[in-house]
Design a protein around this ligand. Structure first.
Ligand code: M6R
Length: 612
């Protein structure tokens, strides 16, 4: 996720672009850049760091002119640095591109362009677009045609805005699977990733759809489809959001926005990483250690909080499907228990959204001191943990702003399933089984959408339960760690006492607490432990306990014993937590908001825990 802005009009572009970038900074903040046409040439400035760093640079080297593009980056390919910041340009500096998304086939395109003489100056996927567009411009295409020809060659996701020295009073914008809007003012047009960068100037907004291309010249614009030049008559909407609302995409909180982004998050985590026909996962970040991974006989997964619950679910996946003995350690305990690790046959895999969690980082150092292979599943590119580990996989979930982790948890589970596929296929997993997992993973985004569409039902349940002071969350096998996640989600944003655990442990003590004032959320999909879970529900009901069940669509029996049921679509057992977590997040969110709490900034917590 990155933020992009384009401006064309009668005013100075630079202050409007800068204002837009500041409002889009929640979408990415590791580097920023701007290109402006000054009447005779396009000048660009790019810098590692936040938008404030670009602002400082601009103060010393102002970019003046009425047409420009700008970008605030959330790295996906190439670490945060000046050279990897956008806009990207071709070898001759004719074309300038800002891009949000991932070009999956950039390596192939880059090799071809290099053979043809292009000289690349960044490690990004985006730069191929600048070179491709420049190549078509040289053959006489207009900027519009050059962009269209280039986009038909790329696979992946993009929202782009392009400008060129050869057509300096034109901006071309296009999108596929990444958002892009155009603000239509009386004497100016502003293109941006979301309305927050536009609303200061106009509330008349057009939403570009997938495969649509906008060409803006002065204050005239035309929109056509990528494949044909027929003009599309687009509706101009009047958007009445205030600016704070706009940053949150119209949602009341970042947490809710991030919950609703999860279908896209899973798509981004899977993008270009699955070969269904072979039942295989392709994880570029692990390619350098793929041979070493074949000889790994034991994995230790290390993380904190929500990331550690994802790790526990990963433990079940890796043992069942990859056949690798796996254990999970809480990062804050890992060093102190003097772990026994064999440098030849052990690997330590850490999970961290921020990539800066002090305990997790200390665990990486401990493992490295013991000479063990260290791997990471990290969201923030270029973060300390991403740099310290020997190899790893990025989540590609984009920035997570809400303190309660939601979309990154779902992404961690997705990536763990991919790692399981990779390691499983290196070992005993058949291509048929691999194909089954791959297909089930590809269905997850739509299945999450189905759950989100029923969020109204969760709101009603949250309303019914908001006055209770204590909750249990219980599940078995893959959904035992998910019960821990359900409990932490409720605790951290609602301050209500919640305990998570394994359903089977209920009768070993916790059941003593059950009465009509202590409800239990049971995660009880139709899986290999369904009957056992149902028996535990009966035990709770026999003690007058209230039960909210998260069950599989079509399970009418569960509705006869539970007080409330939230249904999730059917998937492979190992993937059920990715679906079942969505109602748990919504339940916690709606209880907390009904209690009037600030869910994005809960008391006593920080997004990144950099102290031990
Ligand atoms: O950045 P990390 O993933 O390393 O953070 C780990 C935990 O601090 C984090 O998951 C925390 O538990 C969240 N607040 C949970 O929502």
């Amino acid at each position: 996720m990155c933020g992009i802005v384009g401006y064309i009009g009668k005013k100075q572009a630079s202050p409007i672009l800068l204002d837009g970038l500041k409002r889009l900074e929640y979408r990415g903040y590791d580097s920023a850049g701007m290109a402006v046409w000054n009447g005779s040439q396009i000048d660009a400035l790019k810098v590692k760091g936040r938008v404030a760093a670009l602002e400082k640079l601009l103060a010393g080297h102002p970019l003046e002119g009425p047409v420009g593009i700008a970008h605030t980056r959330w790295a996906t390919h190439g670490e945060p640095s000046d050279r990897n910041a956008h806009p990207h340009s071709d070898s001759e500096g004719n074309v300038f591109v800002v891009h949000n998304g991932i070009i999956e086939n950039y390596k192939t395109l880059k090799q071809q362009l290099e053979k043809e003489g292009s000289v690349f100056s960044s490690d990004t996927d985006t730069e191929v677009l600048a070179h491709l567009i420049a190549k078509f411009l040289k053959t006489g295409s207009t900027l519009e045609r050059a962009v269209k020809k280039s986009l038909t060659l790329v696979k992946g996701a993009y929202a782009i805005v392009v400008m060129a020295q050869s057509e300096p009073e034109t901006l071309v914008a296009a999108r596929l699977s990444s958002p892009l809007r155009i603000g239509v003012g009386a004497d100016q047009l502003i293109i941006a990733s979301d309305p927050s960068a536009i609303l200061n100037y106009t509330s008349q907004i057009i939403t570009l759809e997938d495969n649509e291309v906008a060409v803006i010249k002065g204050v005239e614009y035309t929109i056509s489809s990528l494949k044909s030049d027929t003009v599309i008559d687009k509706e101009v909407e009047q958007i009445e959001w205030d600016l704070a609302e706009a940053e949150k995409g119209g949602f009341d909180h970042f947490m809710l926005k991030e919950i609703f982004e999860q279908p896209e998050t899973v798509r981004n985590s899977l993008r270009g990483r699955i070969i269904v026909e072979d039942g295989r996962a392709v994880l570029g970040g692990l390619a350098s250690v793929e041979e070493r991974l074949r000889s790994i006989e034991r994995l230790t997964l290390v993380a904190c909080g929500t990331a550690s619950y994802a790790a526990m679910i990963g433990e079940y996946m890796l043992e069942e499907y990859a056949g690798i003995p796996t254990e999970v350690a809480i990062a804050s305990e890992f060093r102190y228990r003097k772990p026994i690790l064999n440098p030849k046959t052990d690997a330590v895999l850490v999970l961290s959204q921020s990539g800066e969690t002090a305990d997790t980082l200390a665990a990486v150092k401990e493992a490295k001191e013991k000479g063990v292979l260290t791997l990471g599943i990290v969201n923030v590119i270029g973060s300390t943990i991403a740099r310290e580990t020997d190899a790893g996989v990025y989540n590609h979930a984009g920035p997570e702003i809400g303190v309660a982790s939601t979309k990154v948890f779902v992404s961690q589970l997705t990536v763990l399933a991919l790692v399981t596929l990779l390691l499983g296929r290196q070992r005993q997993m058949s291509s048929v089984m691999g194909g089954r997992i791959a297909e089930a993973l590809l269905k997850i985004p739509e299945q999450v959408e189905v759950i989100l569409a029923q969020s109204g039902a969760v709101v009603a349940i949250a309303d019914q339960y908001k006055g209770f002071q204590d909750f249990f969350f219980l599940g078995r096998k893959y959904n035992f760690p998910l019960a821990l996640e359900g409990a932490i989600k409720l605790k951290e944003i609602s301050y209500i006492h919640a305990e998570g655990g394994a359903s089977g442990e209920l009768k070993h003590g916790p059941i003593a607490m059950i009465d009509e004032d202590f409800p239990t959320v049971f995660i009880v999909p139709n899986d290999s432990v369904y009957e056992k879970n149902v028996s535990n529900i009966e035990e709770v009901k026999a003690r007058k306990g209230r039960v909210i069940a998260i069950a599989t669509e079509g399970d009418a029996d569960i509705a006869k014993i539970a007080d409330n049921v939230i249904y999730i679509p059917k998937t492979l057992e190992m993937l059920t937590p990715i679906l079942a977590v969505v109602p748990l997040q919504l339940f916690a969110y709606h209880i907390a908001t009904k209690l009037g709490l600030d869910v994005d900034r809960p008391r006593n917590l920080a997004k990144s825990v950099t102290v031990e």
